[in-house]
Ligand binder design. Structure first.
Ligand code: F6P
Length: 367
């Protein structure tokens, strides 16, 4: 009689899109739980979907994921530019796009992965949903400083970015006050205003501008002048990179041609600062928080959230709940269908109680 040796279950982990604090904490949680509780094997796919297309991977054992809980970035590498369904190939000064998704499916099959854990933002998880439809057993974990993923109230990475942005605003407060200046602080967030809203409230911003509420210049000017009149000779303006004037457009910092989401926002802080200074005559400075918000050690909150999300992702694999993302809703860990996650991004509701609270405290939203 031939005895067949049952091979261990093998799961892959891929991190895609912009990095943020807490990714390694998720990798650690997934790997440790899968190894300790289920004796699974772990394969790390390198550099996001780039590695999935070009078969770049490495085995991860317990030692590889030890000591990474507090480490920023991702030990697997990432990229924001690769979409296997629209893979950019250099052609002269331009790019041609090719569907390379079959290569991904083939590579995953050759690696004999029983599941692929995809840690990413809306773009990365949207691709994960397509791969799921193409036959790959996928489980998603929501990651981004933007906190804009549909189906979850929270993404890991947001709390860390929020505390960095808030610390920046606090520091700018004292210099604004001393010099009697207007300080414009631009924070990230892509097309959503979560980071600006929360850091603006936490940092006591006088004016908070978010993409969901197009601003009017005269309202901002009115607020700054009103503060001056009552002896408050400085103002703090917290502006989301995706904020735009009523009837106007966002400010684009660069176009990344080879990316399927080519627009990189940025620069609104300087545009706004210049206008404010010219119109009011008040000395103004602009500061862009930029990628500082994505780097460094995760906050305790993000470490705990990332650990919970990673651990629940393993439960989902064991229970074969593929095609879903682990999510946080009303402080509980739940599962949401990737189909619903892939529908777009989560905006700040304009009737958010938080906005109402800020308005009642005198914050101007430029409307
Ligand atoms: O999605 C995360 C994020 O940091 C956004 O807030 C920002 O718009 C974008 O990525 C910046 O992208 P890049 O790293 O390509 O400059």
């Amino acid at each position: 009689m031939i005895r067949r040796i049952k091979r261990k279950k093998r799961i892959g982990i891929l991190t895609g899109g912009g990095d943020c604090a807490g990714i390694n904490a998720v990798i650690r949680a997934v790997a440790k739980k899968a190894i300790n509780d289920y004796d699974m094997e772990i394969v790390g796919i390198e550099d996001g979907y780039e590695g999935a297309v070009n078969n770049k991977h490495k085995r991860l054992d317990s030692r590889d994921v030890s000591g990474i809980l507090t480490l920023g970035g991702t030990i697997l590498g990432t990229t924001k530019k690769i979409n296997p369904y629209r893979y950019a190939i250099k052609s002269g000064n331009d790019f041609k796009f090719k569907d390379m998704s079959k290569a991904v499916v083939r590579n995953i099959e050759n690696l004999e992965l029983d599941c692929l854990v995809v840690i990413g933002g809306d773009g990365t998880l949207g691709i994960a949903y397509k791969l799921f439809k193409d036959g790959i057993p996928v489980v998603g974990v929501p990651k981004t400083i933007d906190n804009d993923i549909l189906g979850t109230d929270l993404t890991f990475g947001f709390d860390t970015a929020l505390s960095i942005a808030t610390d920046g605003i606090d520091r700018l407060h004292s210099t604004a006050q001393s010099h009697h200046r207007v300080m414009v602080v631009e924070v990230m967030g892509h097309n959503a205003g979560w980071l600006a809203l929360y850091s603006g409230i936490a940092g006591g911003g006088d004016i908070i501008l978010i993409p969901e509420i197009p601003y009017e210049m005269n309202k901002i000017i009115g607020k700054v002048k009103e503060r001056h009149k009552i002896g408050k000779r400085f103002s703090i303006v917290v502006v989301a990179e995706g904020a735009k004037p009523k009837g106007g457009n966002v400010v684009i910092q660069r176009m990344v041609k080879e990316s399927s989401d080519p627009i990189r926002l940025g620069g609104i802080g300087f545009v706004l600062g210049d206008k404010l200074e010219k119109i009011t005559g008040f000395e103004t400075r602009a500061v862009v928080m930029g990628h500082l918000q994505r780097g460094g050690t995760p906050t305790a909150f993000d470490r705990v959230l990332a650990t919970q999300l990673g651990s629940t992702a393993v439960d989902m694999i064991v229970n074969k709940k593929f095609g879903n993302m682990v999510a946080m809703q009303k402080s509980a860990l739940v599962m949401v269908n990737l189909k619903d996650v892939a529908k777009g991004h989560r905006s700040v509701p304009v009737d958010s109680p938080l906005i109402k609270t800020a308005i009642s405290l005198g914050t101007c939203f430029g409307n």
